[in-house]
Design a protein around this ligand. Structure first.
Ligand SMILES: Cc1cc2nc3c(=O)[nH]c(=O)nc-3n(C[C@H](O)[C@H](O)[C@H](O)COP(=O)(O)O)c2cc1C
Length: 404
């Protein structure tokens, strides 16, 4: 594992203000997923899972904070409601090489609410302001907040109208919050479980746009339900400062292959003021805008066209090779292969060979990888075959010597 010193110096977050971020997701965006994500995009801003400030102050810091230098820039998301703990955790994070601190004001789970942090903090903007101010005094890296558009809970007046969001935001601006990331749904506390809280309350993107309009100086990032490249481009080319994508980036990591092109084009202002249309850029066929949610193979092929698939697969070859090296080197540090391969399972989602790929890298089969003498050789061969199958090559071609 890397010490804090070895993790430095790290890159700063991308210079351009506009951002594409991969959302913090408990159990999903651990360091191994982030390493994969970084192989697919150099420009995506990556987040940790939420970590409670007390765990960092009292717990095994190495376990919670270590990351590979290649993952940078990484934002540490903190949970908690005690200013001193949050400030101390933020200090540790800065020493460890994190680029930013983000405070969780959006998680609706009962466990979190019973500890009075996460989304229920939105009921007390003044307290959140104190938390932000205290962390800002403790560190020189940016301190940001991730919230919902509002909250509702039994026995409490609903705080789910735009007015409350506006008041919450005004208080954050006064506290010096460097960026607000808004999941554009309310959180229903006590009534819906976390998964339902990500699907049942309707998306209200218009509230987030209105916020940006009223607080032009505050970087505002939109989150929730973004799955299509065309939609992501559209939001990035508008007034907002960024988009944050969660489930789509985990379930179908291939989406990240497009991020650097999109961000370069946004930087170059090529899409602004209607100067050009998305389908003209990067040699990538943007139309029809592919969606990354749950299609079967045939739908995916029809929606995207074979050329798009071929280009994606070409671009996956390098990252897969790096992941193979990473799995081998992590095994030497005692990390079981399954802890890493579980994040790869969606890589071929919707393509021929996806099932075989998933089966080999999960369940009982993946346990055998740990004992393999030539794990490196196996992974190279296996990844090369998967790419070939996905590209629709014949069984005959698969038997030819691997090109990877
Ligand atoms: C498995 C899972 C775990 C999550 N954990 C966190 C978390 O730790 N902190 C947080 O702020 N949001 C968490 N979220 C919410 C996401 O960050 C994001 O706000 C939400 O999924 C909506 O974005 P999406 O529609 O792009 O997925 C989690 C979501 C999922 C699916």
């Amino acid at each position: 594992m890397k010490s804090p010193i070895e993790n430095k110096p790290l890159e700063k977050p991308p210079r351009a203000e506009k951002r594409f971020s991969v959302a913090p997701m408990m159990d999903w965006t651990d360091r191994h997923y982030r390493f994969l994500a970084r192989q697919l995009s150099k420009r995506a801003v990556l987040y940790t899972e939420m970590i409670h400030a007390r765990a960092i102050v009292h717990g095994d810091r190495s376990r919670f904070l270590d990351f590979h230098p290649e993952e940078s820039p990484v934002v540490l998301q903190l949970g908690g409601n005690e200013p001193e703990y949050l400030a101390e955790a933020a200090r540790w994070a800065e020493r460890w090489g994190y680029s930013e601190i983000n405070l969780n004001c959006g998680c609706p789970s009962e466990k979190v609410a019973s500890g009075s942090f996460g989304a229920c903090l939105m009921a007390d903007p003044g307290h959140v302001a104190r938390l932000v101010e205290t962390m800002k005094k403790a560190v020189s890296i940016p301190v940001t907040v991730k919230s919902r558009i509002g909250i509702e809970a039994r026995g409490m007046n609903p705080l789910s109208d735009y007015e409350h969001l506006r008041r919450f935001t005004a208080t954050m601006v006064e506290a010096g919050c460097d960026r607000l990331i808004v999941h554009a749904r309310i959180a229903v506390l006590g009534g819906l479980n976390p998964a339902e809280n990500r699907t049942v309350p309707p998306l209200r993107y218009e509230d987030v746009y209105r916020l940006k309009d009223e607080f032009p100086e505050l970087p505002v990032e939109l989150n929730g339900g973004l799955r299509e490249i065309a939609a992501i481009q559209k939001h990035l080319n508008g007034p907002l400062d960024g988009v944050m994508v969660g489930r789509a980036a985990y379930e179908t990591p291939r989406i990240l292959l497009y991020v650097d092109d999109i961000m370069n084009e946004v930087d170059a202002g090529m899409h602004s003021l209607g100067q050009s249309s998305p389908e003209k850029h990067s040699g990538v066929d943007w139309t029809p805008g592919p969606s990354f949610g749950g299609q079967n193979t045939e739908d995916w092929r029809q929606a995207t066209g074979d050329m798009r698939a071929v280009r994606e697969l070409e671009r996956l070859s390098g990252p897969l090779q790096r992941m193979g090296d990473y799995i081998v080197s992590m095994r030497e540090e005692g990390v079981p292969a399954a802890r890493i391969t579980r994040h790869l399972l969606g890589l071929f989602h919707g393509l021929p060979g996806a099932k075989r790929f998933r089966q080999t890298l999960s369940g009982n089969q993946v346990k055998q990888l740990n004992d393999m003498d030539d794990l490196d050789g196996f992974l190279r061969q296996f990844f090369a075959e998967t790419l070939q199958i996905a590209a629709g090559e014949s069984a005959e071609a698969m038997r030819r010597p691997s090109a990877v």
